[in-house]
Write a protein that binds this ligand. Structure first.
Ligand SMILES: Cc1cc2nc3c(=O)[nH]c(=O)nc-3n(C[C@H](O)[C@H](O)[C@H](O)COP(=O)(O)OP(=O)(O)OC[C@H]3O[C@@H](n4cnc5c(N)ncnc54)[C@H](O)[C@@H]3O)c2cc1C
Length: 480
């Protein structure tokens, strides 16, 4: 079959585009190299829906940031993932930073971002008493939100599939060629054909463009290390706290995540490898030394987990979105921050680009905008929990004690697409708490085994060869 559109890359960009295209009477396949969607940069970021005022209105990034920001409420309502607008403060610690606050306010005003306010030191102390008393001013933006970015990817992909998109995970694209008007995309498992290719391959978008013979840009990975803090600090700050930004980064932030725990980061360091997801002692020191200048009560001793993500940075620093030199091949590349925020606006833009490029797009009569909202047992009232457990006893059996996650939630996550331990963790939070899966990993593996009918030795942490259990010695010898 020849698909109308092949999307390469199932990060938040590929998933948002797939879901947007599923509104139309066309055929689309979403091709992802990992075992599940959202396992690239889209699961390893700060999870902020930026307020809309960070980027200059002249840049594509700056425009799409605010347009995207405004679409997340509807998406969250339809797809049931975690999102709330908690607001942000960009804090000035010295007189020479005041001009930066005014510049950001000006960007926002020119884009029509509502509610921006300059606060003095007294107002900062009244609203956020744990910010340093040395803070002299701050720009408040009520439009900033926090989101579970991986939940968003899962919800978008699930809804896209419900509306007819073919989801092809575990399919690394290894070759691309054009035969007449048709693009041929090779993966080790199958060959796919399409009229249009959307290159949303994140860090590897330059390689995908090269495969298609339209390589015209280079992507350099810029690493961001993030540090998650103990629940003890829940509520320490109510809003996302930014320092004044620099030329390459928005700085080191204090982020009250959607789930309530605090996170600090990210760093911004170029690295050579697109697979370098290590955290480093230097990175940790950098994060905590900066963050404690603005919020002094935070200490490295509060850190319970850490991770790194890689920004896909092009030489221009702006997004590269649009048709390439070969008809039918369209780049959605260089989507560094605020790519998560901008994703819905990028998807809308892609619909326009595809239409301009000659794809006929008529609305499908069957589009279903919603999926069932996943149950989060821990957030129900005691009465609701008892009622649910009486109806389905699997909700009465707690598997992850740190985060209070029930067997019912884990089974539901597997039935909705989780096939790895990370897939379960990012859908339900099982394994995200203080013991970091020390207690619940074995039970989660048994549940995957039961639900998917695969042996324990085939279960991976995050797909590929990240197996968790080794086959017994005799099985290893036999297979050798
Ligand atoms: C530390 C950090 C913090 C950030 N914080 C924020 C934030 O708070 N707010 C915000 O708006 N933005 C933030 N960003 C930016 C945001 O995370 C990215 O813009 C966004 O996730 C990019 O999504 P993507 O789909 O382009 O990339 P990805 O999520 O990386 O998706 C690309 C996909 O392509 C797949 N792929 C690659 N090669 C192939 C192949 N050969 N075949 C098939 N598939 C392939 C990959 O496996 C991957 O799943 C942050 C980024 C970082 C690194």
């Amino acid at each position: 079959m020849v698909y109308d559109v092949l999307i390469i890359g199932g990060g938040v960009i590929g998933c948002t585009i797939a879901r947007e295209l599923s509104r139309y009477a066309i055929t689309t396949a979403l091709i992802e190299k990992e075992g599940e969607v959202g396992f690239g940069t889209s699961k390893a970021n700060s999870g902020i829906i930026h307020g809309g005022h960070h980027g200059p209105p002249e840049t594509l990034k700056g425009q799409l940031e605010w347009e995207g920001n405004q679409q997340w409420d509807t998406l969250c309502e339809e797809l049931g993932f975690g999102f709330k607008r908690i607001g942000e403060l960009t804090v000035a610690m010295a007189e020479d930073q005041l001009a930066t606050l005014e510049k950001l306010q000006d960007y926002g005003t020119r884009k029509g971002v509502p509610g921006l306010e300059l606060w003095d030191g007294d107002r900062i102390q009244a609203e956020e008493p744990h910010i340093s008393e040395e803070a002299i001013a701050a720009l408040y933006a009520p439009t900033t939100g926090v989101i579970n970015p991986y939940e968003a990817c899962f919800g978008l992909a699930e809804n896209a599939v419900l509306n007819g998109v073919a989801l092809k995970c575990d399919r690394p694209v290894t070759g691309i060629r054009q035969e007449g008007e048709t693009w041929i995309v090779e993966t080790p498992q199958e060959t796919l054909q399409g009229r249009f290719i959307l290159n949303a391959a994140g860090l590897y978008a330059d390689k995908i463009a090269e495969m298609a013979g339209v390589g015209s840009f280079r992507i350099r990975p810029r690493k961001g290390e993030e540090y998650l803090l103990d629940k003890r600090l829940q509520g320490f700050v109510k809003r996302v706290i930014f320092p004044c930004p620099t030329a390459v980064s928005k700085g080191i932030l204090v982020i009250p995540t959607y789930d309530g725990t605090l996170m600090v980061g990210p760093t911004a360091e170029y690295v050579d490898s697109k697979e370098d997801l290590t955290t480093t002692a230097a990175g940790g020191q950098n994060v905590f030394s900066h963050v404690t200048q603005v919020v002094p009560g935070i200490s490295p001793r509060d850190c319970i987990a850490e991770f790194a993500g890689l920004r896909a940075v092009t030489d221009s620093e702006d997004f590269i979105i649009g048709p390439s030199a070969k008809r039918g091949f369209i780049n959605v590349a260089g989507i560094q921050s605020p790519g998560l925020t901008a994703a819905p606006a990028i998807a809308t833009l892609l619909v326009e680009i595809l239409r301009d490029e000659g794809l006929s797009l008529t609305h499908s009569d069957d589009f279903i905008p919603t999926i069932p909202k996943p149950i989060h047992f821990a957030s129900l009232s005691t009465e609701e929990q008892m009622e649910l457990a009486a109806k389905d006893p699997s909700y009465g059996r707690i598997v992850c004690r740190c985060e209070f996650i029930s067997e019912g939630e884990i089974r539901d996550s597997i039935r909705r697409g989780a096939s790895t331990l990370d897939g379960i963790k990012f859908r339900t939070r099982a394994g995200m708490g203080r013991c970091q899966g020390g207690f619940c990993t074995g039970r989660c593996m048994e549940l995957i085994q039961e639900e998917l009918g695969i042996p324990l030795t085939a279960i991976t942490k995050r797909g590929g060869d990240s197996w968790v259990a080794r086959p017994r010695h005799e099985e290893v010898s036999q297979s050798c």
